[in-house]
Design a protein around this ligand. Structure first.
Ligand code: ADP
Length: 233
């Protein structure tokens, strides 16, 4: 950080460029392609459909089953294919964040499967994945009480900054990804690594929520773009 400007030229409270497109896959019930800085992510939703095998069914509500996966070419050194500890953790916290807004009780014994494929990774992929998954869920017509959105803030060179890049994540002091339900600002996910003072933590949460609000607008625009209808003359 030099004169309040970050290594990639952003101000402390600035997001990386974001592009969101809804409904990009023909065979999924809902989908979303999202680019966020150097991240490229595809999310696909299948369901609600009968959960199989039967013993995993919940007679009172649907299961939300998100699977986060990084493809081998998404990182600098080829990543070994298949699940690892990190992807299992991210899948779990993502499932729980999404479950927090879905009206699961409407679909007993069902499963709602959410596949998140990270095609290119450059820090903040769990936030980008949740953001893409939310758009894919809406595209699939899954009833939700809000459209979840996620964004991280952190601390680099002693300054609280929004949306860390890979270098900032590696060199920085702390990273705090959060997901919220933007209407109520209820927290759906909060994780942190590194160290911050309580005052810095409060500042980072506030900044991450501000980031979430900006990303939320882009999610809604992406859905409007897909579903807008033209008046026929
Ligand atoms: P997030 O992507 O949500 O920030 P992490 O903090 O765990 O999650 O990872 C930070 C970044 O480190 C990732 O976005 C990715 O760019 C990189 N990374 C993660 N796993 C690997 C891996 N196995 N090999 C190389 N780089 C990785």
């Amino acid at each position: 950080m030099k004169d309040g400007i970050r290594i990639d030229g952003r101000k402390p409270d600035e997001l990386r460029p974001i592009k969101i497109e809804a409904g990009v896959l023909y065979r999924a019930d809902g989908s979303c392609y999202l680019e966020w800085g150097g991240n490229k992510i595809m999310a696909a939703v299948y369901g609600p459909r009968e959960a199989m095998p039967r013993h995993i069914q919940d007679p009172t509500k649907a299961i939300v089953n998100a699977r986060y996966n990084m493809v081998p070419f998404s990182v600098e050194d080829r990543k070994r294919p298949g699940p690892d500890r990190r992807s299992v953790e991210i899948s779990k916290v993502t499932s729980e964040a999404l479950e927090g807004v879905i009206f699961t009780e409407l679909f007993p014994r069902a499963t709602i499967d959410v596949c998140i494929e990270v095609l290119d990774a450059e820090a903040g992929t769990r936030c980008a994945g949740i953001t893409a998954a939310a758009v894919a869920l809406a595209d699939a017509g899954i009833p939700m009480r809000d459209l979840p959105v996620a964004c991280a803030a952190g601390k680099v060179d002693g300054t609280v900054v929004l949306d860390l890049t890979s270098d900032e994540d590696k060199e920085g002091d702390a990273d705090l990804p959060i997901a919220i339900a933007p209407r109520t600002e209820e927290i759906l996910l909060m994780q942190m690594d590194g160290h911050m003072t309580p005052a810095e933590f409060d500042e980072a949460v506030e900044l991450a929520i501000k980031g979430c609000r900006e990303v939320s607008k882009l999610q809604r625009e992406a859905l409007m773009n897909k579903y807008k209808t033209f008046e026929v003359e």
